[in-house]
Design a protein around this ligand. Structure first.
Ligand code: SAM
Length: 243
């Protein structure tokens, strides 16, 4: 990963699941400080834009020098608001690439990056959404976390990405509850204590449908609407206990 703030990324990726994956070697995160490839006394990585305008632009030389020196795993993605939108499907794609030879990320700062980097150095551009951050580091951490948790062995058997939101059925996850069964005035749905595993599974599937229809109907549309068995599930469990 290429950045002018390696400590930012290192800190985030040293805790919790990512820290564990790094210590076991499952996540091999190589941080490259772009300033190590500057040539002036101020270690400048930016300069004023040609044609005038606000802010500074990242110079091409330190970026090309750093990438050419490290010869990182490819594809190399620039993080930027104009890139392909990063989502769970892309996290899946990158997890497969990571399990092969790996991939690399380049973080911009300032007003942006000299366009020749885009044209002649990187293989693509990733955006974490229609929002402008001050730098690519938070976006890179988001990508690294979303991808690492999908690597075989990262989460053990504790959580299956298949049953999570945007998993195999393309829906949002159902509501989750833990002890106590009664908290203040709110009790958990009775079905979860019924011991009837088949009924619990049907209730969960129905709740996934209810929540997705309410909050992300576009996801249901994207998979071609509701199937007959899903209509039946909604009839069996018509109420959403906790929307
Ligand atoms: C202030 S932004 C530059 C925004 C640029 N001037 C524009 O309007 O598109 C600086 C850096 O933050 C990162 N960044 C900002 N928003 C991002 C997003 N939505 N996704 C990924 N990276 C982003 C990129 O690396 C970018 O080069």
């Amino acid at each position: 990963m290429f950045t002018i703030f390696p400590a930012l990324v290192d800190g985030f990726c040293s805790e919790s699941l990512l820290g564990k994956c790094r210590s076991t070697g499952l996540l091999d995160l190589r941080l490259h400080d772009l300033r190590e490839h500057t040539t002036d006394v101020h270690r400048s990585v930016d300069d004023a834009p040609f044609g005038g305008g606000a802010g500074m632009v990242m110079k091409p030389e330190p970026i090309f020098a750093s990438v050419e020196h490290a010869d990182p795993p490819r594809p190399l993605f620039l993080l930027g608001p104009g890139g392909r939108r990063f989502d769970q499907a892309m996290a899946d794609e990158l997890a497969a690439i990571a399990a092969g030879g790996g991939f690399s990320l380049l973080c911009g700062r300032y007003e942006g990056i000299d366009h020749r980097v885009r044209e002649h150095l990187v293989d693509g551009e990733l955006s974490i959404g229609d929002v402008v951050l001050s730098g690519g580091e938070v976006a890179a951490c988001l990508v690294i976390e979303a991808v690492t948790r999908l690597l075989p062995g990262a989460m053990g058997n504790a959580v299956s990405p298949v049953t999570e939101s945007f998993g195999a059925d393309g829906l949002l996850e159902e509501p989750q509850f833990t002890r106590p069964a009664a908290f203040r005035a709110w009790s958990i749905p009775e079905v979860l204590r019924s011991g009837d595993h088949a009924r619990v599974a049907r209730w969960r599937a129905a709740q996934r449908l209810h929540r997705t229809l309410r909050y992300r109907p576009d996801l249901v549309e994207a998979r071609g609407g509701l199937r007959d068995d899903e209509h039946r599930l909604l009839e069996e469990f018509p109420s959403v206990t906790y929307p």
